[in-house]
Design a protein around this ligand. Structure first.
Ligand code: CP
Ligand code: NVA
Length: 307
């Protein structure tokens, strides 16, 4: 695995190895043992075209805990594709740092970076996918149900967006069932569905417009904002269209008692999820956010440290 742009390019063996390393590094941290400095004298450049809390802090902290260093580059300084072509940015950074992570609007910019980079390129969220988030999500499901999650059902309520796309791909890799409950017109893009099915022909994947029916078989119920970064102009329209797809206590009455609730955050409380749910007994939302650190450490140790 040279780059980490999409879970479509990660085999089951590679996925398992990433998780093994992430869980091991987490265990060491929980036991107050410092991790080996496998990234000593190594630097990660982090390019952000959009805001971030979890992704920025988890990667920067991960580099620190593995003995390395991170440089944050904001959209106002790099101008990826505006001030400078991604190919030139990749060529320059390749001679100075040991890894590049980027959060971009157009996924194509990641592909361009990777094509011209001599160092690993990591997708820190694009309009297509959010594979780093899916790694942490899978860890959280495993924390609840054990390492073998095959046959478990993840139900995603809301927009068929970048987060849903990566989750569906992760479910395919791990043999989980994936159900998307979305309003008509907001399903996963057919291009993504084709890609998921071509990589995972055996994936039990279905779409419904009925969230109550969807959660009935859920082991994990997941949601994300209805208005992703870059869609702010559609906020009013989307909030009206998605109004019946909120995760609230009434909906969760239709779910099995053991079902947990996940959200990648940031959450719009009272919109796609209620306070009672996100702060309630089924919520694993904050351990899920903390798993971003451990997942990113596993990823960086493998990609940049040869773990
Ligand atoms: N979930 C996630 O990626 O959060 P940030 O946008 O804050 O990085
Ligand atoms: N779908 C959201 C995820 C945020 C972490 C977005 O792209 O804004």
């Amino acid at each position: 695995m040279r780059h980490f742009l999409s879970l479509a390019q990660v085999t089951r063996e590679q996925f398992d190895h990433l998780l093994d390393v992430a869980f091991l590094l987490r265990k060491q941290r929980e036991q107050n043992k410092p991790n080996d400095p496998v990234l000593a004298h190594r630097t990660l450049a982090m390019i952000f075209e959009k805001p971030s809390l979890r992704t920025r802090v988890s990667f920067e902290q991960a580099m620190l805990e593995l003995g390395g260093h991170a440089i944050r580059l904001g959209w106002e300084e790099v101008g990826l594709g505006k001030r400078e072509h991604p190919a030139d940015v990749a060529r320059v950074l390749s001679g100075m740092v040991h890894g590049i992570m980027a959060r971009v609007y157009e996924h194509q910019k990641l592909i361009d970076l990777a094509e011209y980079s001599q160092v690993p390129v990591i997708n820190a969220l694009s309009d297509e996918s959010h594979p780093c988030q899916a790694l942490a999500d899978v860890m959280t499901v495993m924390d609840e149900f054990g390492r073998d999650v095959s046959g478990r059902t993840l139900v995603f309520i809301g927009d068929g967006n970048n987060v849903a796309h990566s989750l569906a791909m992760a479910c395919g890799t791990l043999g989980m069932r994936f159900v998307l409950a979305s309003p008509p017109g907001y399903e996963l893009h057919p291009r993504f569905v084709d890609r998921i099915k071509s990589h995972h022909p055996g994936l039990d994947f279905r779409t419904t417009h009925d969230s109550r029916e969807a959660v009935a078989q859920a082991d994990a119920v997941y949601t994300d904002t209805w208005v992703s970064m870059g869609q702010e102009d559609e906020k009013e329209k989307r909030r009206a269209v998605f109004a019946d797809y909120q995760i609230n206590e009434a909906l969760l009455k239709a779910a099995p008692d053991h079902a947990i609730v996940l959200h990648c955050l940031p959450a719009y409380r009272g919109v796609e999820i209620t306070d009672a749910v996100i702060d309630g007994p089924r919520s694993r939302v904050f351990p899920q956010a903390h798993n971003r650190l451990h997942a990113q450490k596993g990823l960086l140790a493998v990609l940049m440290g040869g773990a």
